[in-house]
Design a protein around this ligand. Structure first.
Ligand code: HEC
Length: 166
């Protein structure tokens, strides 16, 4: 037991644990991004909006993620996959057309809010994916589009009485 006190032993143990963690790889999120239930089939998504969504949001909010090599390194991969699962659970553009109209309207409303407040795309993501960062022009385009698309799914008074559904 004396050995356990030595820095070298501790380092070796730590290294062994990290190696062991690598055995537990996560499932890849590699379904169809633009399947039959994608938002593209729910409403009009002009090309520039589609490009913004795919570049800045689809990695966490669709059924297909462009996985990066470092996701194979645990626990980085677990941390990233937690975000993908969480993001998809809240809003999945690949399944958007399966949502009821009320939910569609609500998610688009949230989208405007999240984008205008700068909460989305997540800063931990744009830190690495610089091209996912939105310019003011892109933000405005996204918000205007979401607001227009939203009115297609909900009448104004319906929205007022809408409960929070997550
Ligand atoms: C790195 C992953 C990631 C990226 C990239 C990302 N999101 Fe998210 N998003 C999440 C996670 C995780 C949540 C849930 C937790 C939260 O609300 O912070 C979420 C929540 C949301 C919600 C709230 C949904 C609800 O009903 O609560 C909206 C709307 C949203 N994101 C829109 C976007 C948009 C639009 C983009 C692109 C401009 C984007 N997100 C990019 C991970 C991401």
């Amino acid at each position: 037991m004396k050995n356990l006190r030595k820095p070298k032993t501790i380092l070796l143990i730590l290294f062994g644990i990290i190696l062991l963690l690598q055995l537990f790889q996560t499932n890849k999120n590699e379904g169809q991004a633009f399947g039959e239930n994608d938002i593209l089939h729910a409403t009009n998504v002009p090309d520039d909006i589609k490009n913004i969504l795919v570049t800045s949001c689809y990695d966490c909010h669709s059924d297909f993620t462009n996985h990066m090599w470092y996701e194979k390194i645990q626990p980085i991969g677990w941390w990233i996959h937690h975000h993908i699962d969480d993001g998809k659970r809240h809003l999945n553009f690949s399944q958007f057309n399966t949502y009821k109209d009320k939910k569609k309207a609500h998610k688009l409303e949230e989208l405007s809010e999240m984008v205008s407040s700068g909460e989305m795309p997540m800063s931990s993501y744009t830190l690495i994916h610089g091209n996912a960062e939105l310019t003011d022009v892109q933000k405005k385009a996204l918000i205007d589009w979401a607001n227009a698309a939203r009115s297609q799914f909900a009448s104004p008074e319906q929205e007022e009485h809408q409960e929070e559904h997550h």
